[in-house]
Design a protein around this ligand. Structure first.
Ligand code: ADP
Ligand code: MG
Length: 211
């Protein structure tokens, strides 16, 4: 059964935008996760690659952004620069109806200068890799005390790449009162461990299909 985005409590401008993007109905993972995410709950989602996980967290986190506050209100951690670029691109498409929203990508292997210049005015949303985010936190160029939503995208790959300690360090800079959304294509045991450390009463969602 397909479900329309219109069954969700979303602004009319976002519903129109999704129609323009050609998103006629929710994918299965979106249909399961979005109602829970929009309630403000933590989720731990396992769904295969290509199932539409970016919009599942993207539509959710955009609802929490107040563009009149010049603070970083959402942080998305990704394993690689390529994935961070893809997520930023999709978030920009999903945010087209929101004027003046600032989304910044911060990844390693890129020069610091332009990143520091972009951070002079806090972006509403930061997408980046754990190591470079840690570096900016150390320099105090990035402040996360107003961050309401944290997303771990491709959490399984981040753990495979040895980012567990970096993630814990980044999380220590975030308010404890936040929403934490964890997405993964596979579900190894170490996901359960990091979820237990950084999430609060998460709803476990699995679309059943394994990558
Ligand atoms: P995943 O993160 O699960 O691998 P993505 O978020 O990258 O998947 O989405 C895969 C593709 O599906 C993207 O091209 C995206 O634009 C598209 N997509 C996402 N949601 C929908 C939808 N509801 N309807 C149509 N296409 C969608
Ligand atoms: Mg993805």
């Amino acid at each position: 059964m397909t479900q329309s985005f219109a069954s969700l409590t979303l602004p009319a401008a976002q519903l129109d935008n999704l129609t323009e993007l050609g998103y006629a109905s929710m994918t299965p993972v979106q249909a399961e996760a979005l109602p829970v995410i929009l309630q403000g709950r933590d989720v731990r989602v396992q769904a295969k690659t290509g199932s539409g996980k970016t919009a599942a967290f993207g539509i959710g986190l955009l609802q929490q952004i107040d563009v009149s506050h010049f603070t970083t209100q959402s942080l998305v951690l990704c394993p690689t620069r390529e994935l961070a670029d893809q997520v930023s691109k999709e978030l920009r498409r999903l945010a087209r109806f929101t004027a003046n929203i600032k989304i910044l990508t911060l990844c390693g292997g890129q020069p610091m200068g332009p990143q520091l210049a972009s951070l002079a005015h806090a972006p509403h949303i930061v997408v980046g890799t754990p190591g470079r985010i840690q570096e900016h936190l150390r320099k105090n160029s990035l402040r996360l005390q107003h961050t309401k939503v944290l997303v771990l995208d491709e959490a399984d790959r981040m753990l495979d790449m040895g980012f567990a300690d970096a993630i814990d360090d980044v999380v220590s800079h975030l308010p404890t009162a936040r929403q934490t959304l964890l997405f993964s294509a596979t579900y190894p045991q170490n996901i359960e461990q990091i979820s237990a450390r950084i999430q609060r009463d998460p709803v476990a969602i699995s679309t059943g299909d394994v990558s």
